[in-house]
Design a protein around this ligand. Structure first.
Ligand SMILES: [Zn+2]
Ligand SMILES: [Zn+2]
Length: 113
């Protein structure tokens, strides 16, 4: 009975499932539902790094602020030097992967003038 029920409706949204008799039985109506369900059941959080603003996933701890230890260190101790390095890269048209939030603001602010 429980087994029957499990495969009749999408585990995430409860939509009726059309089962294909061949192959594996579906538990979700769509990949999106599968993802959402797994997200809520593994407690992953989509967070934005306070330093580089990159989106990252955190497991169990939604109070995390940085995507990596690197960003944490940079945000705390490496501001002026970091900016000099990034500005150098920008002026040389090199790819810059981590542009910190405060520096972006600074650059935008300068452009507006
Ligand atoms: Zn669904
Ligand atoms: Zn980061």
């Amino acid at each position: 009975m429980t087994d029957e029920f499990t495969y009749k409706f999408c585990l995430y949204c409860g939509k009726k499932l059309e089962q294909n008799n061949r192959g594996r039985r579906k538990k979700y109506c769509s990949i999106e539902c599968k993802r959402e369900w797994e997200k809520t059941h593994h407690k992953t959080y989509n967070l934005h790094c306070a330093y580089c603003e990159k989106e990252y996933k955190a497991f169990t701890n939604k109070n995390r602020k940085y995507c990596s230890h690197d960003c944490y260190i940079k945000d705390r101790f490496w501001r002026k030097e970091d900016a000099a390095e990034i500005l150098k890269n920008i002026s040389e048209n090199k790819k810059v992967e981590h542009v910190p939030k405060w520096l972006k603001k600074l650059l935008l602010f300068n452009k507006e003038k």
